[in-house]
Design a protein around this ligand. Structure first.
Ligand code: FE2
Ligand code: FE2
Length: 252
């Protein structure tokens, strides 16, 4: 991969002017017109020894390879789909759960609103970089709504087990992306390059969102997810479904 990266600093600087805010669709967005909206805010939980340093303004910015662009494109497409599914699951669960367990109203609203924020963020990223959503969108829409409704009908514990299972998979998915981007940042640093402000910001956003997903996981466990019956079967089926949906959405 390293062999495909531009080695000339002057070329890198020139490329940086063009791709600084446009790491996937270089011809569509002007860096001078579009300031970065990304900011890092959360501590790392991904085993990295150090967060990526923000790229100083005079550091040459790495030009993404074709493989790196493809990785980002499929990963971000999955992220958007996963956040849509999360919204639909909570939207289907909340009315049923809060009718019989009113004390869950605040928690369900809090988690729903965080998912809505994640979805809006990835919608913006996909739109700006012209990444297509998954073609399976209607299928995941129906499946997520059914999953939310079905687990809520099974009871509070099953609904929480659903959250635990989904967040375990999606938290792992985000963590892997952060790991890949940190590896890119490390290799760039060894060459005296940076990822650029947009990708630096993306790492920060992925960390923040991942930490919020893991917070949802903790809420689910605190609310008796492990008392669901049958817990093992339910969570394994849901986790398998999530992994399948991620695999398909990366490709289709
Ligand atoms: Fe989310
Ligand atoms: Fe979540």
């Amino acid at each position: 991969m390293a062999s495909t990266i531009l080695s000339s600093r002057s070329l890198a600087r020139k490329a940086a002017r063009n791709i600084q805010f446009d790491f996937l669709a270089p011809s569509t967005i002007s860096a001078s017109r579009q300031p970065s909206r990304f900011q890092s805010s959360s501590p790392p939980h991904d085993g990295a020894t150090l967060p990526p340093k923000s790229t100083p303004s005079k550091t040459p910015i790495h030009t993404l390879t074709t493989q790196q662009k493809a990785f980002l494109s499929s990963a971000l497409r999955v992220n958007q789909t996963g956040e849509l599914a999360a919204i639909l699951i909570y939207a289907a669960q909340s009315p049923i759960l809060t009718r019989s367990h009113p004390h869950l109203r605040t928690l369900m609203k809090h988690m729903y609103e965080q998912e809505a924020g994640h979805f809006a963020y990835f919608n913006g990223v996909l739109s700006r970089h012209r990444i297509r959503p998954t073609a399976m969108y209607p299928v995941w829409y129906a499946a997520a709504s059914f999953l939310g409704w079905g687990t809520a009908m099974m009871g509070r514990e099953a609904a929480m087990a659903c959250t635990e299972a989904v967040e375990t998979e999606i938290g792992t998915h985000y963590n892997e992306q952060v790991g890949v981007l940190l590896d890119w940042a490390r290799k760039c640093g060894e060459r005296g390059e940076g990822l650029g402000p947009e990708l630096d910001g993306l790492v920060g956003e992925l960390r923040r969102i991942r930490d919020e997903e893991l917070e949802h996981l903790d809420h689910a466990v605190e609310n008796d997810a492990k008392s669901a019956k049958p817990y093992e079967l339910l969570t394994e089926v849901i986790r398998g479904g999530c992994r399948g949906a991620i695999w398909v959405s990366e490709r289709v």
